[in-house]
Unconditional design. Structure first.
Length: 434
């Protein structure tokens, strides 16, 4: 099939690349000329494991191309994906100007039937607004389909190629047929393509992310309680997760959820509910508790040092909001750095992918080092903010030689409690005994 993808951000690029992998002709459009040039020259603009292989393979096969020319891209396309930003506006509601603007531009260019697919996370009712833009500007028939993405950064290629489900909001039989053909190769294992109306599809996206954020937040509260009553959150996690109704995934406590999706989507759903005069109480608590959870590690540190960390030097492992990404948006590590520096401490930090991005935001507020062991030099304690695999099984003998004190504050529960105690560490983690 012939596909156009408007917007080559994270979602657009993964979508375009993965759609070309099953033999479709995909042309990706972006207004950023420098970026398009780079992609034309074979440069992947984001860090996402596994993406470069597919990207290069499909470029070589000429199934994946890039352009700044919207008219050329939409001309022959049967399906046009919009993967455009929807940043939170000043009032917390998603800003739709990119999407509605692109819809208007496309409406003036098309001459035959198109399926317009919205991939961005958008408020309920957006498909209707996009349809209205087409109705105002062209007589050409279009069907607007809501198709939320459920890609996780770090495993996005796998999530796209083997989705748990594909959600498609449309009432048009013609669009349903084309979309079923397009997504067929991705659901061969039998995972469902779920057709529903546009509004339900749009709400599904927000509800899914908000539910997961709630699940994590619930576990974070259980972890905090574990510390107070002398229970072990790992045991409780396994205990409840084995119940299939609860499920094992997304039950890992930590230092609060971050990233570009959960915080934004929870906030947007609360806002949308408010606008409909519905008080979405549980999500308001989720936001509040998550803010508090981001302070947990700093609170533990301040308590340990009796509120005086002036002149202390800390090693921080992990900056990205989660492993396998260089994304630092809403990363708990940023909060930790800010709070510790405000209290007069200094930090040496290491992250396998996120250091450039942090440097661009906070500059020389901290010392950036080339590997995790170098960060430990002269450090009073080690802090862990992201569960990168390279931190999971470190060379403890080497660490013992470098660390001034055997003290670890671990926001991700990477190590076995008993092992740490046996090795003589003061090991303070989340929801477990000291
Ligand atoms: C999330 C969703 O998982 C995707 O399905 C969705 O498509 C995406 O948002 C989006 O809307 O674009 P992502 O933000 O990449 O994906 O990251 P997740 O793996 O979901 O992690 C989100 C946050 O939750 C991270 O800060 C992570 O550390 C935290 N988390 C996750 C926990 O604290 N505990 C867990 O058990 C799992």
């Amino acid at each position: 099939m012939k596909i156009a993808v408007i917007g080559t951000g994270y979602v657009g690029l993964v979508t375009g690349t993965c759609l070309s992998e099953t033999g479709n002709d995909v042309i990706c459009v972006d207004i950023n000329e420098a970026k398009v040039k780079k992609m034309q020259n074979g440069e992947v603009p984001i860090y996402e494991p596994g993406l470069d292989l597919l990207f290069h393979r499909n470029i070589a096969q000429k199934r994946l191309t890039f352009t700044t020319d919207l008219a050329a891209a939409v001309k022959d396309a049967q399906i046009i994906f919009m993967a455009l930003p929807t940043p939170p506006g000043g009032d917390g509601a998603a800003d739709l100007s990119y999407i509605l603007g692109a819809a208007k531009d496309i409406s003036k260019l098309i001459t035959d039937y198109k399926v317009i697919v919205n991939k961005s996370t958008v408020p309920v009712g957006t498909a209707d607004k996009v349809s209205a833009v087409f109705a105002e500007n062209t007589n050409v028939e279009v069907d607007v389909v809501s198709n939320p993405e459920f890609l996780r950064e770090g495993v996005a290629v796998d999530d796209f190629m083997k989705p748990d489900r594909v959600v498609l909001g449309t009432k048009s039989e013609r669009a349903k047929k084309l979309m079923t053909e397009l997504y067929g190769p991705y659901v061969r294992q039998g995972n469902p393509i779920l057709f529903m109306d546009e509004r339900s599809s749009e709400l599904t996206k927000y509800a899914a992310n908000s539910f997961l954020a709630t699940k994590i937040t619930f576990m974070n509260e259980v972890a905090n309680l574990c510390e107070m009553v002398g229970a072990d959150v790992d045991a409780v996690r396994r205990g409840i997760g084995s119940d299939e109704r609860i499920g094992k995934r997304f039950l890992f406590p930590g230092i609060g959820y971050g990233g570009s999706c959960f915080p934004k989507d929870v906030q947007a759903l609360v806002k949308a509910a408010d606008e409909s005069k519905y008080d979405f109480q549980i999500l308001k608590s989720v936001m509040e508790v998550n803010e508090r959870q981001k302070t947990i590690l700093v609170d533990k540190i301040l308590k340990y040092y009796k509120n005086d960390i002036k002149g202390k030097h800390f090693a921080l492992w992990g900056l990205a909001f989660k492993p396998e990404t260089d994304d630092i948006r809403e990363a708990p590590a940023l909060y930790i750095i800010d709070a510790l520096v405000k209290h007069g401490a200094t930090l040496s930090v290491f992250d396998p992918e996120g250091m450039e991005n942090v440097k661009n935001i906070i500059g020389d507020k901290v010392v950036y080092v080339d590997n995790q062991y170098e960060a430990l030099k002269d450090a009073d304690a080690l802090l862990i903010a992201t569960e990168w695999s390279v931190f999971r099984n470190p060379d403890f003998d080497r660490m013992d030689e470098i660390l001034k004190n055997k003290i670890i504050f671990d926001g991700r529960n990477l190590y076995d409690l008993e092992k740490m105690v046996d090795m003589g560490y003061y090991y303070n983690s989340i929801g477990r005994k000291l």
